[in-house]
Design a protein around this ligand. Structure first.
Ligand SMILES: Cc1cc2nc3c(=O)[nH]c(=O)nc-3n(C[C@H](O)[C@H](O)[C@H](O)COP(=O)(O)OP(=O)(O)OC[C@H]3O[C@@H](n4cnc5c(N)ncnc54)[C@H](O)[C@@H]3O)c2cc1C
Ligand code: FES
Length: 259
């Protein structure tokens, strides 16, 4: 884990109230062990606790974060400009575990939960996996375009290795309804399932019979204090006792957590 001041290379409003920021972080990139890890970002003055944001993408020595404005910290962050610096520390936590034997994987993103799944999709495609992404959002303008990057294409990854299915609650794009309603149609061929989204999405997933017996990994985006296992503010009950989301997670097996 490294603490440093990073320079903002770019910051744009990628979707309504959702910002994509690229940071110059060559010291952090080599320490990232894989998708699902997060970075703590100081948002405002020193009295303000840093906020956890998932690694959304990595390119060379740069790290991208994708965040939704929900309160004071993310609001402050959205007002930053290119060339300014940010205090960050990371990478932190234990991310998703991709089984080398898996051929097909299914990713399920609810709302801003799509942020770490883009990094996972890139990683898995680079490992030669077939990736299906179910992305759920409120409306079409809140869907992130997910494609096979030119870099992966240049490495020989076929665009057909990536299949994206969109679901919107208002039906303005893709399937009308929740992402979870589509899982049963795509899960049979999946060797592993990875999800990131609100707790309500996980509660629904826990009731889907087709997911029983599968390796299902969930990233828990709960409120955090320190991000480093010191404050115990992120403690949750699991089947194997109390765990800290920041240190033991944020990714847990679906069967492990109490939903
Ligand atoms: C491991 C991890 C990774 C995350 N990755 C991302 C990401 O990539 N992109 C992203 O947009 N967000 C992500 N989050 C959530 C993000 O940390 C919160 O949205 C952020 O801390 C809110 O700060 P704020 O000061 O803007 O809001 P606050 O003013 O603190 O709170 C505003 C509202 O948001 C709710 N809230 C605050 N923190 C969280 C939280 N952690 N989860 C759910 N609701 C919260 C509060 O209950 C309140 O209703 C992640 C959280 C965790 C734990
Ligand atoms: S956030 Fe402090 S222990 Fe996890």
């Amino acid at each position: 884990m490294k603490q440093l001041k990073t320079k903002i290379i770019s910051i744009i409003e990628a979707m309504p109230e959702t910002y994509l920021v690229w940071l110059e972080a060559p010291e952090i990139v080599p320490m990232i062990s894989g998708p699902g890890q997060f970075i703590m970002v100081s948002c405002g003055d020193d009295a303000f606790l840093p906020r956890p944001l998932s690694v959304h993408r990595v390119d060379g020595g740069q790290v991208a974060l994708l965040f939704k404005v929900v309160g004071k910290g993310t609001g402050w962050l959205s007002q930053r400009k290119k060339g300014e610096t940010l205090d960050i520390f990371g990478p932190l936590g234990n991310g998703f575990t991709l089984n080398p034997d898996s051929q097909n994987i299914l990713l399920v993103g609810g709302g801003i939960g799509i942020a770490p799944l883009c990094f996972l999709a890139d990683y898995a495609l680079g490992e030669g996996k077939m990736v299906t992404v179910i992305q759920g959002a409120r409306s079409g303008d809140c869907l992130l375009p997910i494609t096979c990057s030119q870099k992966l294409f240049d490495k020989g990854v076929l665009p057909s290795s990536l299949h994206v299915i969109n679901a919107t609650e208002d039906g303005s794009e893709g399937f009308k309804g929740l992402a979870t309603a589509l899982i049963k149609h795509y899960v049979n061929t999946a060797d592993q399932v990875f999800a990131c989204g609100p707790m309500a999405m996980y509660k629904t997933m826990a009731q889907i019979p087709e997911l029983k017996g599968k390796d299902v990994q969930l990233s828990l985006e709960i409120m955090m204090g320190c991000g480093t296992g010191v404050c115990y503010g992120c403690t949750i009950k699991t089947k194997s006792g109390l765990k800290q989301v920041c240190k033991d997670g944020p990714v847990f097996g679906m069967g492990e957590v109490q939903l």
